[in-house]
Design a protein around this ligand. Structure first.
Ligand code: 99T
Length: 221
């Protein structure tokens, strides 16, 4: 008679049941990858490489996400989840460890608000990236670019002044999101020199960057 495997081993040995549209440069994708690492779910997801910008879309992705954005997560039943916030929420219900998104209470709203602040940094940083990398210099809209940079500076200033202790307390949705936003600033916008005005955030980021989940998902171009 064959030995019976514990359920954890059966899950670990099984083929990935979900597909993640992925690009290592995307901070939104990185949030999902970090959560997968932190919750031991990496083996449940196959990665589908997606190279895209708003002016060179990925047609395969567009069939699954009409917005043409990554991350998108195709589930085993064919349903597709987007955007990154929905995917994080879904995946956080798929593991048995402590939730990385508080399920209720004031902690839920505070941690999600910090995560949204980080998402806003990413949004502004990606907008700047597209404007600078995809448009010819004579068409760059300098006031708009400055407006996006100001959003990033204000958000970082709030994190520096008010949120270091909260970020340090848990590596959850808030901390993951802020860490991925900072990693993206390093990747695409080193000229912003965000550490200069935010030394406490820089120290925190240095610490969390040592986590295996952060090392494994370090963005590459
Ligand atoms: O806007 C497009 O057409 C393609 N862009 C994306 O798919 C970017 C990739 S980061 N993703 C998002 O903007 C997702 C935002 C969404 N609210 C979410 O999932 O949270 C690419 C960065 C780079 O290449 O530098």
């Amino acid at each position: 008679m064959l030995p019976t495997l514990p359920m954890t081993e059966i899950v670990a040995m099984s083929a990935p049941s979900m597909t993640l549209f992925h690009n290592p440069a995307s901070p939104f994708v990185r949030k999902v990858m970090v959560l997968l690492h932190e919750t031991g779910q990496m083996n449940r997801v196959a990665l589908q490489a997606s190279q895209l910008t708003p002016v060179s879309p990925d047609q395969a992705l567009n069939k699954d996400n009409p917005l043409g954005k990554i991350p998108a997560l195709r589930l085993a039943d064919g349903n597709v989840l987007y955007d990154s916030r929905v995917i994080l929420d879904y995946l956080d219900y798929q593991h048995v460890g402590n939730p990385l998104i508080p399920r209720d209470g004031s902690a839920r709203w505070r941690r999600l608000t910090l995560a949204s602040l980080a998402d806003g940094i990413m949004d502004a940083a990606v907008m700047i990236r597209y404007e600078v990398a995809l448009r010819v210099p004579e068409k760059h809209w300098d006031e708009w670019l400055d407006g996006q940079r100001d959003k990033i500076r204000r958000a970082l200033a709030l994190l520096e002044a008010d949120a270091i202790a909260e970020l340090t307390s848990h590596f959850d949705v808030a901390a993951i999101s802020v860490a991925c936003a900072l990693g993206y600033l390093d990747l695409r916008h080193p000229d912003l020199e965000w550490r200069k005005a935010n030394p406490k955030l820089a120290d925190w980021y240095f610490e969390v960057s040592q986590r295996p989940s952060m090392i494994a998902t370090m963005p590459k171009v």
